[in-house]
Design a protein around this ligand. Structure first.
Ligand code: KG4
Ligand code: ZN
Length: 348
């Protein structure tokens, strides 16, 4: 089965083609167009994102078809992100997919964006298969899931305020870095010489026990406030220029300590020997390194997607869609878009 995937939930316009069945898939092509326009405004402007998707979807899809040496007639089904995300941006992708499906008499399926992120790593690493513990850390979401099988997800923990990527972006902004700031903050932190400055890892202390509400949840707003206070104090005493890198390093290390500790707790609770990372923050090499070291000492293998598939892309949507389409799932051609929607296949 050959599936065309479409992704337009935020500021990446993407189309990709995968071929396979419910259990395996080969990526035939993937085209991702990032809307750099949002850097000018310091964040994603929803209306501008929708208009940019509208202008880009046709050429991006044509390029994905050409790269795979296929035409629309070769496509068996269309998978499109229908939730969660910016509803106007999603609607552009969903309307386009509905139109293509109707015109070519092909089935269409709405895919949950976060299920896409769960599948992203398998595009490149065949062993990133369930059962595993998943940590999804993006600009919009921070989730800890137990994945017993594809389509069978248990939500273990989430953020109580900012997403991990949002925390990176806000800290980066306080440090005078551009948007989105995660990558720049990581680069700045890497330049820091050893420094005594440290922030407490948020929502993490030894007294927490399995079953406690805060055992697996995370929260980053307190850490962001700590960064804000430190920046203001260093601006006041005139040392901000030399303190930016140590502040970035202290922020990143506190956030990572919490993410690693909570992910390992989740893996231990469900006796998993694999951890799969996903979402834009999974690009962070310090996070990957810390997770790998902590996992190795407990016999756990850590899988992380390459940056191309960690951030938003249609390959992961086509891959997740293929899994569900191959099981016979279909949406109607009146498929709609939703700003939020529970992950399909959630179990208690
Ligand atoms: O998954 P993604 O492309 O979009 C969403 O679905 O939100 O994630 C984007 C987020 C941004 O917040 C960005 O700052 C963050 O991922 N990010 C990083 C790194 N690269 C991207 N955060 C930390 N370190 C990085 N290297
Ligand atoms: Zn995403």
């Amino acid at each position: 089965m050959i599936v065309l995937g479409i992704e337009s939930s935020c500021d990446e316009t993407s189309a990709a083609i995968v071929e396979g069945d419910a259990s395996q898939a080969t990526l035939r092509s993937c085209v991702i167009l990032s809307q750099d326009v949002h850097r000018v405004f310091g964040g994603v402007v929803p209306e501008i994102a929708s208009r940019a998707h509208l202008a880009s979807l046709v050429p991006v899809t044509q390029r994905a078809l050409a790269d795979a040496a296929l035409t629309l007639d070769d496509i068996d089904a269309i998978a499109v992100t229908h939730a969660p995300g910016l509803v106007g941006a999603l609607l552009v992708g969903v309307s386009f997919a509905n139109g293509l499906a109707l015109a070519h008499n092909r089935p269409v399926l709405g895919v949950h964006h976060l299920e896409g992120h769960l599948f992203a790593t398998t595009l490149e690493q065949a062993d990133a298969e369930p059962p595993f513990t998943a940590l999804l850390v993006s600009g919009g979401h921070t989730l800890l899931l137990d994945v017993a099988a594809w389509g069978e997800y248990r939500l273990l923990g989430s953020t109580r305020d900012d997403a991990a990527g949002e925390a990176f972006d806000k800290a980066a902004k306080l440090l005078g870095l551009g948007y989105p700031g995660g990558r720049a903050l990581e680069a700045l932190a890497a330049t820091a010489a050893p420094h005594p400055l440290a922030f407490s890892p948020p929502m993490l202390h030894g007294g927490q026990r399995a079953g406690d509400a805060d055992y697996l949840d995370v929260s980053f707003s307190g850490l962001k406030t700590a960064v804000l206070r430190e920046v203001r104090a260093r601006e006041a005493d005139g040392t901000i220029d030399v303190m930016r890198a140590p502040i970035a390093a202290a922020f990143q290390s506190a956030l990572i300590e919490t993410l690693v500790a909570k992910t390992l707790r989740a893996a231990a609770l469900h006796h998993r020997t694999r951890i799969v990372l996903g979402g834009g923050v999974a690009c962070n090499q310090a996070l990957q390194g810390a997770m790998r070291r902590a996992g190795a000492s407990r016999g756990i293998t850590v899988f992380a997607p390459s940056p191309r598939f960690a951030t938003d892309n249609a390959a992961m949507i086509a891959r997740a869609g293929l899994f569900r389409l191959a099981r016979g799932e279909r949406s109607t051609h009146a498929l709609s878009a939703f700003a939020s929607l529970p992950l399909p296949g959630l179990v208690e």
